[in-house]
Design a binder for this molecule. Structure first.
Ligand SMILES: NC(=O)c1ccc[n+]([C@@H]2O[C@H](COP(=O)([O-])OP(=O)(O)OC[C@H]3O[C@@H](n4cnc5c(N)ncnc54)[C@H](O)[C@@H]3O)[C@@H](O)[C@H]2O)c1
Length: 340
């Protein structure tokens, strides 16, 4: 059986996770990598004995490439994803899909026009703990949902912000602690709680010398009637593990870090399960590889089965829309209702 051929565009921080995903999927094969900085592309290509390019357009002529994965600064995901789809390739783009909804909608339009799949990376959805929590909630084990909270209180150093010119810029990063770091927690919160109806928020830049927010708080009203809060920062040092707390009329689930879950269900003894898994609380390179691997396996298997791969663009769009609503609320000092 011919394997699904992958090319990675962008050989920076997150490339290691995409390599783990592709190399760990038996039905997938790494064909090529691209980076405008030749030394970066060459280093990855030589290690894995694949072709390298410094221009995505040259790579897109390679017939062995079926899927392009986008690991570029967030504000150039659109142009590169559309080029790839127009060249007949499916696309998996890193989060956020793009920095505003106009650009995301152009990507979705291109996906429909070219009939090529466009998926967004949200690897936290693929952790076993996330899937069990979601199913328990859907099965009604928490009763009626009352509160859903996401805390993403991390640290990023001045050196991290200085490590690439696009970081913490509105045009290319799309925002700060929310759009870059906490976006996974927001996506997961909606994965568990459902969509948000309205937000009221404050976004501030308290510590870092950056034009985007390094700290934000939002109050949420979910469509199902539950309420919730989001707290996100990259300014507390050391960073805390990410935490999600889901409360219902029959119990509470606390997801601490990535896999560490506490269950407090009415009539049952408290239960803790899972293992501590390294996260990116203080170190941007400590992104757990298991989530990307699970998402790449699921993507490849769906493609081969002729199904829509998980986290289609329409799903990946939701977290960006919520973050943009939070920014708008903070800017305009009022409640913002969704959809925008
Ligand atoms: N899923 C996650 O947990 C996670 C973690 C980190 C980053 N990300 C996302 O991944 C993306 C990349 O982030 P990063 O931290 O790896 O960035 P980075 O700056 O470390 O890497 C980006 C790479 O793209 C290259 N590049 C820039 N313009 C290019 C172009 N036109 N053509 C080819 N190569 C080009 C750069 O030379 C660089 O090597 C961002 O969207 C970010 O939000 C996701």
């Amino acid at each position: 059986m011919k394997k699904v051929g992958f090319a990675i565009v962008g050989c920076g921080n997150i490339v290691a996770n995409h390599l783990s995903g592709i190399l760990g999927t038996p039905e997938a094969e790494l064909i090529a990598v691209v980076d405008i900085v030749e030394a970066k592309a060459k280093a990855v290509a030589e290690k894995h004995k694949v072709k390298y390019y410094t221009d995505i357009k040259d790579m897109l002529r390679n017939k062995d490439v079926d899927v392009v994965t986008i690991c570029l600064p967030s504000g150039i995901h659109m142009e590169n994803s559309i080029l790839a789809m127009e060249a007949g390739k499916h696309v998996i783009s890193e989060k956020p899909l793009e920095v505003n909804l106009e650009k995301i909608d152009k990507m979705i339009e291109a996906s429909k026009r070219t009939k090529k799949h466009l998926a967004g990376i949200f690897q936290s959805r693929f952790y076993e703990s996330s899937l069990i929590i979601r199913k328990s909630i859907q099965d009604g084990k928490l009763g009626k949902l009352v509160l859903g909270d996401a805390y993403n209180k991390w640290y990023r150093s001045p050196e991290y912000y200085a490590s690439a010119g696009w970081r913490a810029t509105w045009d290319l990063d799309g925002g700060g602690a929310l759009m870059n770091q906490a976006i996974h927690a927001l996506d997961l919160l909606m994965f568990f709680m459902g969509e948000v109806e309205a937000v009221t928020a404050y976004c501030e830049t308290i510590i870092h010398k950056i034009p985007v927010e390094d700290t934000a708080i939002a109050i949420l009203k979910f469509k199902n009637g539950a309420l919730g809060t989001i707290e996100a920062t990259t300014s507390i040092n050391p960073g805390e593990e990410r935490k999600l707390e889901i409360h219902g009329s029959k119990g509470t689930i606390i997801l601490n870090g990535f896999q560490d879950v506490t269950w407090k269900m009415v009539g049952q003894p408290e239960k803790k399960e899972g293992a501590a898994v390294a996260g990116g609380a203080s170190d941007p390179l400590a992104v757990y590889h298991g989530g990307h691997l699970a998402q790449f396996k699921a993507f490849t298997r769906a493609l081969l089965a002729g199904e829509v791969p998980p986290v289609p663009a329409s799903e990946a769009r939701k977290a960006v829309e919520l973050i943009l609503a939070i920014y708008k609320s903070s800017r305009e000092k009022k409640e913002i209702r969704l959809p925008l």
